[in-house]
Design a protein around this ligand. Structure first.
Ligand SMILES: [Zn+2]
Length: 273
């Protein structure tokens, strides 16, 4: 079953299976319909949008999360695999302007409640993490570069290192992103995948014309997570493709690089929602 369920009124896709399981957790994915009558719910500063417009859109999200905008925490995401723990001192980084963003992070984790972790996407894969036994949450950005640098593993390692999390206690959701239906890659990307996955490459890539393939980045991340000991029953995967559903999602590939960004967000609330 599709784990992301659309809240049409708010223009947000919620992670439905987590709502019941973790009543203090809010986690989801914004859509371009976050702003009614606007159809351009861009949440990132770096795409040439009016910063006032971005702040207004972000205020909508922080209101939904029930925190001041200054509790939203953002990073410059260089398609790497660096994970940063958000402490009190870092909370609110990049909320109001690009320049105060955490300079280099594609993964954010925290044990602080009321702290809105957000990363931005237009086709790349959002990974959501929660360890309810220690009340720690995280979000990661894994396009093909991040996936091939095993961002999934880095997150699991950081949960262990910082929070003492055991893999069997961690739950992960793999969110909406460009699907194998629309994601054609060349031999260079496939050779990276082969290095990472070995013989399992056939499970995630199918030939598509001469020296091209269609790659399933979500499934790749599932394999990487299971390899780190995350239980298969603790992993949910969205089937939503950001390139197929133009009405709801920005797609870097479909819109040839000129587009907005959705946010994957996660927040642990002090009280049950
Ligand atoms: Zn598609």
């Amino acid at each position: 079953m599709e784990p992301f369920v659309l809240d049409k009124e708010r223009g947000i896709f919620w992670i439905e299976p987590w709502r019941e399981k973790f009543p203090q957790l809010l986690a989801g994915f914004t859509s371009r319909q976050l702003v009614p009558d606007d159809e351009y719910g861009n949440l990132a500063f770096h795409v040439g949008d009016d910063p006032e417009h971005v702040r207004a859109n972000r205020r909508i999200l922080s209101d939904i999360a029930g925190v001041p905008l200054t509790h939203m925490t953002c990073a410059i995401q260089p398609h790497g695999n660096r994970v940063v723990e958000i402490t009190e001192a870092l909370r609110g980084s990049g909320a109001l302007e690009l320049s105060s963003s955490i300079p280099d992070a594609d993964g954010l984790v925290t044990k602080l409640s009321e702290t809105l972790l957000t990363l931005f996407y237009a086709d790349c894969v959002p990974l959501y993490f929660v360890d309810p036994t220690v009340q720690a949450v995280g979000v990661a950005h894994a396009g093909w570069r991040g996936t091939m640098q095993n961002m999934a593993k880095e997150m699991v390692l950081k949960f262990d290192e910082i929070f003492g999390s055991k893999p069997h206690n961690i739950h992960v959701v793999i969110g909406p992103s460009i699907g194998p239906c629309c994601y054609q890659v060349d031999e260079h990307v496939i050779s990276e995948a082969r290095k990472l996955l070995g013989i399992k490459i056939d499970a995630v890539a199918v030939p598509d014309g001469e020296s091209h393939y269609r790659l399933d980045l979500k499934k790749t991340n599932r394999i990487l997570l299971e390899r780190e000991g995350i239980l298969s029953s603790h992993i949910e995967v969205s089937h939503l493709c950001t390139s197929c559903h133009h009405h709801w999602f920005f797609s870097h590939r479909k819109e040839k690089g000129k587009t907005g960004r959705m946010a994957a967000f996660v927040i642990w609330k002090e009280d049950q929602i």
